[in-house]
Write a protein that binds this ligand. Structure first.
Ligand code: COA
Length: 329
């Protein structure tokens, strides 16, 4: 077997749009309340992108911040991968727009759609490119403008989502000096495709006046079923990533911010406390592919990760998809 290059994370970055939308905003036009939303989800507020601000704009800003932390220039990138379910366009990819916005003129670019597992899918793909020597420096992004795809008449789903972007620069461990990617895992079960989906607008149900009128292009959820799937997958993936490792080796768990009750239930199942878990859902709600890289970036910038300790990234979502990474910081 040819030798595998060890891979690390040279820098992280994130960007949240300025507009803060508190729970009370929804109570102005829906039968809901700040209390219900906070108690059932842990969410207090979220950010919504400004008019004219698209997923590529959020992505490019997060990417710029990650490049800055890594001490690299856009020209140093070989590849840009964007994990998103809310691309600027169906065609071309958002990654191409980000490549142009950054001036990453030596980079290839493509998107991956694994919904809330989008960043982990981008990260694992980046890792495979760098480990095999096919690319030296890859920008992996998770970004969403979910505010454009929520049905504001559906109180069970529209309150859950927010906009934002997070990014990581993936390079050789030698260059990065930290964030070694030790283990990765991706999974899928397409038989659950309609647990979370947008029925209209694609080739299965092309957009028509009637479908748009009926809101078929908005996100539809089977919330209770997703809840059960999420708790079991989050707890199993964390256990799998930490198998064979001592409790004292763990620095931080960075879970998908889907619902505070889901995170609590998963931790309870595996007998863990919140102390080593990043939770920021109260500020940003569920930003799908962006939750994990935003939370990771905040933890890095707050100095929450001790050098040499293990970090677990874990996410799951529409598809159904799931993924996890074990890093040594
Ligand atoms: C959506 C979710 C918050 C709902 O919480 P829940 O505790 O399961 O609540 P239920 O769906 O059982 O609804 C309980 C009641 O609250 C009501 N309700 C739902 N949304 C409400 C809201 N925003 N405000 C007030 N009441 C609401 C329901 O209509 C229901 O009323 P009923 O008992 O009269 O029928 C929760 O299931 C969840 O987080 N699921 C996963 C979300 C998801 O799929 N995320 C994206 C994938 S990563």
């Amino acid at each position: 077997m040819s030798s595998r290059i060890q891979v690390g994370i040279a820098g992280t970055g994130s960007y949240l749009p300025e507009r803060v939308v508190p729970n009370a905003w929804f109570a102005e036009f829906l039968d809901t309340s700040d209390e219900w939303i906070a108690q059932r989800t842990g969410i207090r507020e979220r950010r919504f992108a400004a008019e004219g601000q698209a997923t590529s704009d959020l992505s490019a800003e997060a990417g710029r911040r990650a490049l800055e932390m890594a001490g690299l220039e856009p020209e140093d990138l070989d590849l840009v991968i964007v994990g998103t379910l809310t691309p600027d366009y169906l065609l071309p990819s958002t990654a191409c727009l980000v490549q142009d916005k950054l001036g990453a003129k030596n980079a290839g670019a493509f998107d991956c759609n694994a919904a809330c597992t989008g960043f982990l899918t981008a990260l694992h793909t980046a890792e495979a490119f760098v480990a095999s020597g096919r690319a030296k420096r890859v920008l992996a992004i998770g970004a969403e403008t979910l505010s454009r795809f929520i049905d504001k008449e559906e109180r069970g789903s529209c309150i859950l989502f927010g906009d934002g972007a997070g990014a990581a620069i993936v390079t050789s461990l030698e260059e990065a000096g930290r964030g070694e990617i030790l283990r990765t895992k991706l999974g899928a079960d397409g038989s659950g495709f309609d647990f979370i989906h947008m029925p209209g607008g694609g080739s299965a149900e092309p957009p028509t006046h009637e479908s748009v009128e009926a809101g078929r292009h908005y996100i539809r959820l089977r919330g209770r079923e997703v809840f059960r799937f999420a708790v079991s997958h989050m707890s199993e993936l964390i256990q799998e990533m930490l198998e064979g490792r001592g409790e004292d080796e763990l620095g931080l768990i960075v879970p998908h911010q889907v619902n505070k009750r889901i995170i609590d239930a998963a931790l309870e199942r595996i007998g863990m406390t919140e102390e080593k878990v990043v939770i920021n859902i109260q500020n940003y709600a569920n930003t799908s592919a962006a939750t994990v890289p935003i939370a990771l970036d905040e933890a890095v910038r707050q100095g929450r990760i001790e050098k040499g300790k293990l970090v677990v990234l874990v996410a799951f979502g529409a598809g159904l998809t799931w993924g996890a990474s074990l890093l040594r910081w």
